[in-house]
Design a protein around this ligand. Structure first.
Ligand code: NAD
Ligand code: IPM
Ligand code: MN
Length: 368
């Protein structure tokens, strides 16, 4: 059997910094676990714009369609604020998601025990937290038509459209129910059916998929604003949350703070199964290019490292090795190794991005 293939797109800002640590970890699995992955690398976002005048070259798009998985760092930055909307770095990322049809974005928020005191919420509220936000990723207000800035009378109007078809809701609902069956068997669906027709349809379709195919899973519905409040009040009431593209974006950043830092949160964006039976997939940290700390060796690489762990689990059929990598990250945090974003305790010196990579590699060595 040929090796699995992985396309790495480091992107901008701290993207290449955190990705450099993941490269070391991929090499470690090749050397020490005989897990050979065919890695290729290319440009995305501002880096691709600088080289090609587009945030995603067609050749890169074609490569992404062929590989078993894509791992992306982050895109964007102030340098590109002046660009036309159509070539902004973020458009490259959105094109990847849309053309690969990665409709189910899995954003787990897990609170590592060692970080429970570091969250901005009380220890009791977050200790042991393990929730999964399933964000619809290829439709909704991010892609709906009409969109644009238009002249209307003597002023301009900015328009975006929230649009969901039944089949788009059905497929992401199925992803959420399937995940719930392998976890705590509970799904909470969030929308605003009280003010949006798309929310009414969302609620109806999720309920129908539940009743017809997943009656064994506990389903509840919540308005997304109340859901945001409940996420901060008592997040452990949730197991799987399924929601639309925009609400999922907001709720998952909020959930990030439950875990201590945005620098901790990985994600997997999954589409339909490929010929090998595995879903089409792209893995990426939830965080962005962090321009405020880029180039300073301060970035926490854990979100990107855990995104690679998700690739091991969902794309490469290496659940045991994913467990090994996640355990190595937990061990490093228990040992008190901290990048600057995780500092709270007095007298703890932060390690650099590379220092965190060193620590995870040492913990991996110790796991053998
Ligand atoms: P951001 O996630 O880049 O940063 C928010 C805050 O979190 C910053 O203070 C940053 O320093 C901190 N942070 C983020 N990741 C960190 C890490 N790994 N280690 C330590 N600290 C970390 O969000 P932003 O500032 O709103 O956006 C900056 C740029 O990134 C924008 O251009 C935005 O569009 C883009 N963005 C890209 C992605 C992506 O590529 N998937 C996601 C979000 C934002
Ligand atoms: C994310 C980001 C992206 C989004 C941007 C950069 C396009 O915020 O991945 O959460 O809004 O989806
Ligand atoms: Mn976001």
């Amino acid at each position: 059997m040929s090796n699995p293939s992985l396309l790495i797109l480091p992107g901008d800002g701290i993207g290449p910094e955190v990705m450099a640590q993941v490269r070391r970890i991929i090499d470690w699995f090749g050397d020490k676990r005989d897990l050979k992955i065919d890695v290729s690398e290319d440009l995305v976002g501002g880096a691709a714009y600088d080289a090609h005048g587009t945030p995603l070259h067609d050749d890169t798009m074609a490569k992404a369609q062929e590989v078993d998985a894509v791992l992306l760092g982050a895109v964007g930055g102030p340098k590109y604020d002046v660009l036309d909307f159509s070539v902004k770095p973020e458009r490259g990322l959105l094109r990847l998601r849309k053309e690969m049809d990665l409709y189910a974005n899995l954003r787990p928020a897990q609170c590592f025990d060692a970080l429970a005191d570091f969250s901005s919420l009380k220890r009791d509220v977050v200790a042991g937290l393990d929730i999964m936000i399933v964000r619809e990723l290829t439709s909704g207000i991010y892609f709906g038509e009409p969109r644009g800035i238009f002249e209307e009378g003597n002023e301009r109007v900015g328009i975006n459209t929230q649009r969901y078809t039944e089949s788009e809701i059905e497929r992401v609902a199925r992803s959420a129910f399937e995940l719930a069956r392998r976890r705590g068997n509970k799904v909470c669906s969030m929308e605003k059916a009280n003010v949006m027709e798309s929310g009414i349809l969302w609620r109806e379709v999720v309920q129908k998929v539940h009743d017809e195919e997943y009656a064994d899973v506990e389903l509840s519905h919540m308005y997304a604003d109340a859901g945001a409040m409940q996420l901060c009040r008592w997040p452990k009431q949730f197991d799987v949350i399924v929601t639309d593209n925009l609400f999922g974006d907001l709720l998952s950043d909020a959930a990030a703070m439950l875990t201590g830092s945005l620098g901790m949160l990985p994600s997997a964006s999954l589409g339909a199964p490929m010929a090998n039976g595995r879903p089409k997939a792209m893995y990426e940290p939830v965080h962005g290019s962090a321009p405020d700390i880029a180039g300073q060796g301060k970035a926490n690489p854990i979100a990107c490292i855990l995104s690679f762990a998700m690739a091991l689990r969902y794309s490469f059929d290496q659940g045991a090795e994913a467990d090994r990598l996640e355990a190595a990250v937990a061990k490093v945090l228990e040992d008190g190794v901290r990048t600057a974003d995780l500092l709270g305790e007095e007298g703890v010196e932060p390690v650099s991005t590379e220092g965190m990579g060193d620590a995870v590699l040492a913990a991996l060595d110790a796991s053998l």
